[in-house]
Ligand binder design. Structure first.
Ligand code: GAP
Length: 444
């Protein structure tokens, strides 16, 4: 992890938030490359979950909602971790982190035995809406995006004219005042979720849960996370919410252990029923065929953007051997991102920066590719160094414009370039006119 965190900072993927003021625990900023990686992930999720399906539509709800939402959903009452304070070292600990030695509770920090009883600590951030700061104006920053979908279920159903089963997808920020933010961005206080609420009839729930688990596993493989590093955990009844009928966690083998990436949960009709009861507004579905009215059940695949970005970086990080300028083997740090996810798709290099024709041709290629993908032009330093810089940030392709491109050595090679593959480091000649098509086949 140390190497990964340091690379992320050095190359502009992820920085500590408000760093010049000492930072703020559990909060992170994404730099120029991190933001591209994150966008590629969110866009691909949206493409697979919304655009490529007939049965899912999207929405974008507000982060602040009426406090009544959080009362009805149960978050105000129960969205808490039991906490224990150590009176010796003053550490605040999640109750499940306390060591139990033959019935004696011990602080994992200092070994002290003087601990308070567990107390509930609500994870939602409070805030006030409007000019007065009192109970009547209080609400919370949303701890999950799902609730906006539930409260707008009826409106979205009506405007989209969908029939069951159908889903509503959303990507957006969520906030939790985690007690122990840790493992880099893995447990943060501000993060993004990609959630689908898939509404169905009660009798379809269990089958759809398994369907969505399979779909979600396919998704991870399509973004370059190997199946061997993913683990499906069936959440046992005692760990599930009382209303949940079944629940899978998709876990990833991070360098710090096997940890949850996504939950695929069968939430029954709990959420819609709660909001119908609390708001007094019908959230029922009318089945035209059977003429029945009922509250749909819901299956929810809920993934974390930041955790998946971290998994992508962990999965991609590799060190191998590559020849330097003089042909001597040296250690190469390379991020082997799937081309779909890579922040920059192609580096474009004129062999020499002081040759006007090479530079002009390389810039023409930049203009040719830019409408299709994010490319990077680099003319500084030896060509091997330029390749290495792109390898380290995971750029899958490199295009070099050389004298053959200008037709100086062999007229048949005029307007062809060297296309280098990041992983194999193999090079081949490709006609400039075929470049966009060749690259698009791999990155889309
Ligand atoms: N709507 C259901 C829900 O929010 P969750 O298991 O609490 O379920 C879903 O959260 C996903 O959100 C998790 O699998 C994880 O990827 C991400 N997530 C939750 N808490 C997080 C945190 N503190 N930091 C980063 N990601 C988090």
């Amino acid at each position: 992890m140390e190497k990964i965190v340091s690379l992320c900072k050095r190359r502009g993927f992820i920085f500590q938030s408000s760093e010049i003021y000492g930072g703020l625990n559990g909060l992170w900023d994404y730099g120029p490359l991190g933001v591209e990686l994150k966008r590629n992930l969110k866009n691909y999720w949206w493409r697979v979950m919304v655009h490529e399906r007939d049965d899912v539509v999207g929405m974008d709800g507000s982060i602040l909602m009426n406090r009544a939402v959080w009362k009805a959903s149960g978050h105000e009452e129960t969205f808490s971790d039991p906490m224990v304070d150590c009176r010796s070292c003053k550490a605040r600990l999640r109750a499940d982190q306390v060591i139990d030695k033959k019935g004696v509770r011990q602080c994992p920090n200092c070994g002290g035995k003087d601990l308070t009883e567990p107390r509930a600590f609500n994870l939602m951030f409070k805030t006030y809406v409007g000019a007065t700061e009192d109970e009547s104006s209080m609400t919370y920053l949303r701890p999950e995006t799902a609730q906006a979908i539930f409260v707008q279920f009826k409106t979205v159903l009506e405007v989209s004219r969908k029939k069951l089963p159908f889903g509503i997808a959303q990507v957006g920020k969520a906030f939790r005042n985690e007690i122990n933010p840790r493992n880099f961005t893995f447990r943060a206080r501000e993060f993004e979720q990609m959630e689908l609420e898939y509404f169905c009839r009660a009798e379809e729930g269990m089958l759809l849960l398994d369907y969505w688990l399979k779909e979600r596993l396919k998704f991870y493989e399509r973004i370059g996370i190997s199946r061997g590093k993913l683990h499906v955990r069936e959440v046992p009844e005692e760990e599930r919410a009382f209303y949940s009928k079944a629940n899978y966690d998709i876990e990833y083998d991070f360098p710090f252990g096997l940890q949850e990436l996504e939950g695929v949960a069968y939430r029954t009709d709990y959420d819609l029923s709660q909001h119908q009861k609390a708001s007094g507004k019908s959230l029922e579905y009318f089945d035209e065929e059977t003429k029945q009215k009922f509250i749909p059940h819901v299956v929810e695949p809920s993934a974390g953007v930041d955790r998946t970005v971290l998994a992508l970086i962990c999965e991609a990080y590799a060190e191998d051997q590559a020849p330097d300028e003089k042909g001597k083997m040296e250690t190469r740090v390379v991020l082997r991102f799937h081309p779909r996810m890579a922040p920059i798709k192609c580096g474009i290099f004129p062999l020499l920066k002081n040759n006007a024709q090479l530079v002009e041709k390389a810039k023409e290629i930049v203009d040719l590719l830019r409408p299709h993908m994010y490319v990077f032009y680099d003319e500084s330093g030896a060509i091997g160094r330029r390749y290495r810089r792109q390898d380290e940030i995971g750029t899958p392709f490199g295009v070099t414009v050389d004298f053959e491109t200008l037709g100086e050595k062999d007229a048949t090679l005029r307007n062809t370039v060297t296309l280098r593959d990041r992983d194999s480091m193999k090079q081949r000649r490709v006609a400039i006119g075929e470049l966009a098509g060749t690259l698009l086949a791999d990155i889309t």
